[in-house]
Design a protein around this ligand. Structure first.
Ligand code: PQP
Length: 403
């Protein structure tokens, strides 16, 4: 009887480090081991729990009452440790505090506002693709496309000035590293962080923003009393933290997917309207945002084991998106599948509020490429960029063929 209770109470354990370089380079084996070990695994190295199966990750993400965000969605427990910056009003907040900022951003980043950007972003993508093809079509797709396009359209859309934009990518990279442990990725960047953060915080002030961007719309919501004037700069900060690296690595994922699957590129060229589904399938397949933590608000029972109140739980979005219990041939990038239900944009209350922005950027770039490029050829092995949260490329050497 005691034995039964014990076994019912204690989950399988693993001493693996999900944030070591070996796993960041190739997370597949750890993801499979965690999925196969059971619904919940205790990661002894950090004394946190892990979920990697689609069923349980999905269920936890929609259960914001028991799996909270307010203590931070990284390893650090904000109830015990001072956060590296004032917590996000969106990502690192629970209802009811979360709701007003979320409502404001939902409207600003929604389909109605984005329709007004569509033509401009499609033209910018055409121009960028023309330029790289004029230069011969041999390029590193990370700087030349995946970084260049979001940097070309997103900061303008927010309405920040030209000066200092080179801080955006390193700031975002730091923020996503900071969700993990204080490993070498965090420690080596930390000395630069105050400079990046100082610049980002300064861009959030009303008088630094153009009067027609997302930033101005956030301040207008404060004028209408939908959020407070103290909240407005932090909501702008969320856009600047979340809006660049994520789409850069999302675009990197979809370009890598097509470079390695020429048949799928052929399919997209025949049916360019599939660009949005293709992007979602790439987000499922690569999961640019690999993991996020939640915190148990009470003792919570999952798959027969109890996670004690106050413990952090690591949600493996990338593992859920490759779970063979949920997906046929999960490791194939396949435009014929319906990727909906993937958790690459999260799920539930916190599901990515910027996903329509990301999809529009991807649709614009893929449409422009599909019009001209017959084949994307990898000309050298791509190189991963390691980040504690993001699955990313440092380099993606491509030749874009036009005939
Ligand atoms: C994945 C909000 C969202 C977006 C913030 C913040 C930071 C990152 C993200 C994560 N995020 N997609 O600072 O509010």
């Amino acid at each position: 009887m005691t034995d039964l209770l014990d076994r019912a109470g204690s989950p399988p354990v693993s001493d693996a480090d999900p944030f070591c370089h070996e796993v960041l380079e190739e997370p597949g084996p750890l993801q499979a081991a965690l999925r196969d070990a059971g619904p919940v695994v205790h990661l002894t190295r950090y004394d946190v729990y892990a979920m990697a199966r689609h069923e349980h990750v999905h269920a936890a993400l929609v259960n914001w009452q028991e799996f909270q965000s307010g203590a931070g969605v990284g390893l650090s427990d904000f109830r015990r440790e001072k956060p590296w910056r004032p917590p996000s009003l969106l990502l690192e907040a629970d209802p009811p505090r979360h709701d007003a900022p979320r409502r404001v951003l939902t409207a600003i980043l929604g389909p109605r506002v984005l329709r007004g950007l569509r033509e401009r972003w499609f033209a910018a993508a055409e121009q960028l693709v023309e330029r790289v093809l004029d230069e011969g079509g041999a390029l590193d797709a990370v700087p030349a496309l995946a970084e260049a396009f979001p940097l070309r359209v997103f900061p303008d859309a927010v309405g920040i000035g030209e000066e200092g934009r080179e801080n955006l990518l390193p700031y975002g990279d730091f923020a996503f590293n900071a969700f993990g442990p204080a490993n070498d990725l965090v420690v080596e960047a930390a000395p630069h962080m105050p400079r990046w953060a100082g610049w980002v915080d300064a861009q959030c002030a009303r008088d630094r923003l153009t009067d027609d961007g997302f930033g101005a719309r956030i301040w207008a919501a404060a004028d209408r009393g939908e959020i407070t004037c103290e909240q407005a700069p932090l909501v702008v900060r969320s856009l600047l933290t979340a809006g660049v690296d994520t789409t850069v690595h999302g675009l990197g994922a979809v370009l890598y997917a097509f470079a390695g699957n020429p048949g799928q590129w052929q399919r997209l060229r025949e049916r360019p309207s599939a660009a949005r589904v293709a992007f979602d399938e790439a987000v499922r397949w690569q999961s640019p945002v690999q993991t996020f933590f939640r915190t148990a608000s009470a003792d919570v029972s999952v798959g027969g084991t109890t996670i004690p109140a106050g413990k952090k739980i690591l949600m493996f979005l990338g593992a859920a998106n490759r779970d063979p219990r949920r997906w046929d041939r999960p490791d194939d990038f396949d435009l014929s599948r319906d990727p909906s239900g993937h958790v690459g944009f999260g799920m539930g209350l916190h599901q990515c509020v910027g996903q329509h922005v990301a999809r529009l950027e991807a649709e614009a770039l893929l449409t422009a490429l599909a019009r001209r490029v017959t084949r994307m050829e990898l000309t050298a092995p791509p190189i991963r960029h390691h980040n504690n949260t993001l699955r990313a490329w440092k380099s993606l050497p491509l030749h874009l063929h036009t005939r």
